[in-house]
Design a protein around this ligand. Sequence first.
Ligand code: HSE
Length: 310
Amino acid sequence: MKSIRAFAPATVANVCCGFDILGFAVDNPGDEVRLTLRDDDLVQVISIEGDGGKLPREAEKNTASVAVLSFLKSIGSKQGVDIELKKNLPLGSGMGSSAASGAAALVAINELLGNPLTREQLVPHAMEAERIACGSAHADNVAPSLLGGFVLVRNYHPLDIIKIEATESLYCSLIHPHLELKTEDSRKVLRHSVSLKDVVTQTGNIAGLMLGLTKPDYALIGRSLNDVIAEPTRSAFIPGFDTMRSMVIDSGALGFGISGSGPTVFALSETLAKAQAVARTVQIEFEKRQLKADVFVSKVNPLGAYVINE
Ligand code: HSE
């Protein structure tokens, strides 16, 4: 039976000022899938490792199978497939866990069927998986997980996704406190209207960040990594957030914020040494608050999901 493994990386959505419209991929952690073609038309999740039994096994509810079903329907295929999922990403972490499973499954099925779709064309199918996972088909995790690097979602209807020609000399620190926060819940606390003043601030920052990333201008990146829309309400879920932010910025990192919908926080730095030091500083702050925290430090990953050669 034809079988293939694929990996898709964790992602940082929003990147402070780009709520629902900007994200980037990191090298690790990430999720892995194995897809095996079947003789019939059944799509099924046959095993999930690493989720503590929490994820749904039904094909219509699991993000990997939902993405595959949407893909198969779009190309008019009746191919059946068995899906084995290895979750390395913690659930409800804000590191794009549901997105990575969908992205890995899509890269695998696309490869198995001779790559009928481009990476960009896979994005809407991964978004369907996000809709199932959290009720919102946002693309700021799935697009960077599939395409790598920084990806801008300029528009949703119609979908307009642009991979930014960003500097690759950026290091990300991810610090994941052992708390679970569902994206669905974290979206419920968002304000539904924002003031004109906040819109002006946020659009200035997102424009500045885009320019800073492409020039590159690290000081401009740093000045732009601020969020006046989601962070003010969401940071309340993250013990010590304001203290950590001040410490990280004072230590010379470019910026600090909530990764996606949290509770993971992230920082961007110009050097690996700084990114590692920042990660440890934040980890200690969580520990002071009786929270264990895992840290992941890597360069921004320019490639995104890939097929694992065996
Ligand atoms: N943009 C989404 C949100 C990302 O902030 O709700 C979720 O990971």
